[in-house]
Design a protein around this ligand. Structure first.
Ligand SMILES: [Zn+2]
Ligand SMILES: [Zn+2]
Length: 452
């Protein structure tokens, strides 16, 4: 007589399943938690284990993994995971943990018996239907025509480090880094922080069923620059094409970092399951084109691989440097050996000159200004700029308009206001015509170089 072990913390399910199996001629063992189930399995070596997924203490995944890891268990039993939740991630994870089958409660006796009589292989019941993607991406002519004019910059997320919703951030906004640029038939998204969620909603409303085609440039893969992507609605339509470009991270490639934040147990839908045409491109060159828009990248001084981008559009040039710590400011402290320090400082200044060259004569620069000068003293080496340095760099580089960006999550609206005011004063002290605004969620700036 074949033996089945049923493990479920719900006594009604346990009784019903046991009755079904006994009526069909099985010898049935019962356990009402995972621990007891594993013990019984080891002692009695059942042919089949029917195990609930969600149980306190030891869940179904744990039972599967323990049984599969037990080398003395030969032949291995067939394991059927049963669950009341019908999610693709639960099925996939059960399979990965070692289950042969996944059945949705309430369990139909005939369905269970049919599965238990199978000799081998895997039967996943009620699998979600595969998403149908056409062989070629749809035509996006309408979208390209619509996004061409006038060239514009739109702020969807201006905060650094972590999203900060609440009363104290209503004016500037609490979403993390995301800026949209529309120019020359291209829609270019700079970073995919939490702000990208609102951009996605806007695009869905604006273009309805017209296919969308856009590029996302990632400066680096810290959470505040990628965490919104799983909530970007256009990626869920098979009509849309999304190209994500960035540079390889220190440990793993861009594709792997972006998809790992969507792996279970962090997120219920994997990046591979997103229906849109997604293409992740690891950039090698520091200059490339997106359609007619010329893009240059430069490495920033920030932990890990981090770049800034400069876009040349028909409406003007835009530089996006959300995370950067000026080299000379970082190297200025502490000074121990004066001879070496001179050398180090000279080297650091040279590095900063590269940055100045990178943003020289730019129409719009969106720059890290996370701290005021006083706060910076206790954040040396954190990879961010103080507002005084941001203004100085912009003035030296003859930038036309500077947006203070990557606001500290601890800065309320009043603090950002005061930093904006101080930055404007500083520009005046330097005798510069530099315009300065603190970046604010929802602000849309029309670029018109000719009008200036
Ligand atoms: Zn950041
Ligand atoms: Zn960062």
């Amino acid at each position: 007589m074949k033996t089945a072990l049923v493990i479920d913390d719900d006594s009604n399910v346990l009784t019903e399943l046991a009755r079904t199996l006994e009526d069909a001629g099985w010898r049935v063992l019962k356990a009402d938690d995972g621990d007891q189930g594993i013990e019984l399995a080891v002692a009695e070596r059942p042919d089949v284990i029917v195990c609930d997924l969600l149980m306190p203490r030891v869940n179904g995944y744990h039972v599967c993994r323990t049984i599969r890891a037990n080398q003395t268990f030969f032949p291995q039993p067939r394991i059927v995971v049963i669950s009341s939740s019908n999610y693709e991630a639960d099925r996939t994870n059960s399979l990965e943990a070692g289950a042969d089958d996944f059945l949705l409660k309430p369990i139909q006796p005939s369905e269970l018996l049919q599965i238990l009589e199978l000799d081998g292989g895997t039967t996943f019941i009620r699998k979600a239907p595969a998403i149908l993607k056409g062989p070629t991406p749809p035509d996006t002519t309408y979208f390209r025509q619509a996004v061409g004019t006038p060239p514009s910059v739109h702020f969807w997320g201006v905060r650094g480090s972590i999203a900060t919703p609440g009363d104290s951030t209503l004016k500037y906004g609490g979403n993390t880094a995301c800026v949209e640029v529309r120019a020359d038939g291209e829609l270019i998204v700079l970073d995919a922080g939490t702000g990208i969620r609102h951009l996605g909603r806007k695009l869905a409303t604006e273009f309805k069923s017209y296919p969308i085609e856009l590029s996302i440039l990632i400066t680096h893969t810290h959470w505040d620059h990628i965490q919104g992507f799983p909530f970007f609605i256009p990626a869920y339509s098979p009509h849309n094409q999304i190209r994500i470009k960035g540079y390889e991270g220190a440990r793993t490639g861009l594709q792997s970092v972006l998809s790992s934040q969507m792996e279970s147990p962090f997120f219920p839908v994997s990046m591979q399951q997103m229906p849109g045409y997604l293409q992740v491109e690891e950039l090698k060159e520091m200059q490339f084109n997106i359609g007619k828009v010329k893009v240059r990248a430069a490495f920033m001084n920030h932990p890990g691989i981090c770049v800034g981008y400069r876009l040349e559009t028909s409406g003007g040039s835009i530089a996006f440097l959300p995370d950067n710590e000026p080299h000379s400011r970082l190297r200025m402290t502490p000074i121990t050996d004066s001879a070496q320090s001179q050398e180090v400082l000279a080297f650091a200044q040279k590095q900063d000159e590269h940055l100045i060259d990178f943003i020289r004569d730019c129409d719009v620069v969106i720059m890290d200004s996370q701290y005021d000068a006083e706060e910076y003293k206790s954040h040396i080496g954190w990879g961010h700029t103080c507002v005084d340095d941001a203004v100085a760099l912009a003035v030296i580089a003859k930038v036309k308009k500077l947006f203070l960006f990557h606001h500290d999550p601890d800065h309320d609206d009043a603090k950002v206001d005061s930093m904006q005011e101080w930055a404007r004063e500083l520009a005046a002290i330097h005798g510069s015509k530099l315009e300065v605004d603190a970046a604010r969620e929802g602000v849309n700036l029309v670029l018109n170089r000719a009008a200036k």
